[in-house]
Design a protein around this ligand. Structure first.
Ligand code: FES
Length: 263
């Protein structure tokens, strides 16, 4: 196994609830994961029993529920995640992690802007928790196809984040893309400001471009399809300014400046 800090654990399910159109919030009990996990990391979860399906699913850590419990957010949109959605309280999941590098959490930023699209919101909640714990102002820009595809608004607000929504069809919030409103939010308050983005590639690419124009610190969390999930197969390699890097082991968080965008 490439990452020496990874562990493989059987985590007891506390709850596994629908929190939106196809979105599920899975909470598991684990003092060691709650203690060691960082925002931006993920778990590589075996969703079925035995060897079917063979590949684990990378699921973002969504946040801490308390000192003994962590939450994951996932979208049930295929056979594997449908199996995960069928799991019940009291069952266990086989999880490897906490995997990946995580976002930068730095008290020098006076404001941070979280840019999330679709299920990309999953790791940003954990990051909002980390920055709000430091007293940092957190602006959340959430984008979705329509209001039915939005989730986590109330949770961000209860953390004290300022939340603005965009939908492609205008059914809630501003009509258009979430990156349409990013520039105005960069200019709207004191710095230093940092941007953290997770969602569709086109959204992250645009956020990275805008961050570059304003010379603002920006990290993106890439969501490549993974196979081994532990750095061994190179199936998740992406091109960066320093060569190919593995999303699962070198990421999933990268500086926006180092990503060579192909999508
Ligand atoms: S999925 Fe195998 S190296 Fe990343």
């Amino acid at each position: 196994m490439a990452e020496k800090h990874l562990t493989q654990d059987q985590l007891e399910i506390i709850s596994n609830k629908v929190v939106g159109d196809g979105f599920y919030r899975l909470t598991v009990r684990s003092h060691s994961w709650a203690k060691s996990a960082r925002a931006g990391q993920f778990a590589h979860i075996r969703v079925g029993k035995g060897l079917e399906p063979l590949l684990r699913r990378p699921i973002s850590i969504h946040g801490l529920d308390d000192r003994d419990a962590i939450a994951f957010l996932y979208q049930a949109k295929g056979a594997g995640t449908a199996l995960l959605a069928a799991k019940r309280t009291g069952e266990t999941i086989d999880a490897i992690g906490p995997a990946g590098n995580g976002f930068t959490v730095d008290a020098r930023f006076r404001r941070i802007i979280l840019v999330g699209g679709g299920i990309g919101v999953a790791p940003l909640m954990f990051l909002a928790q980390a920055y709000r714990a430091k007293g940092t102002a957190v602006t959340v820009l959430l984008g979705a196809r329509s209001k039915d595809c939005l989730t986590c608004l109330a949770d961000f607000k209860s953390l004290g984040c300022q939340v603005t929504v965009t939908t492609d069809d205008g059914s809630q919030g501003h009509r258009g893309y979430v990156t349409d409103i990013l520039e105005q939010h960069i200019s709207a308050g004191p710095g230093p400001v940092a941007i953290f983005a997770c969602g569709p590639t086109v959204m992250m690419r645009r956020a990275a471009t805008i961050a570059g124009l304003y010379d603002v610190f920006c990290e993106v969390s890439l969501e490549e399809r993974m196979a081994c999930g532990v750095g061994a197969c190179l199936g998740c390699a992406v091109m960066t300014t320093t060569g190919y890097r593995r999303v699962c082991a070198d990421g999933p968080v990268f500086s926006a400046e180092e990503v060579v965008w192909t999508g």
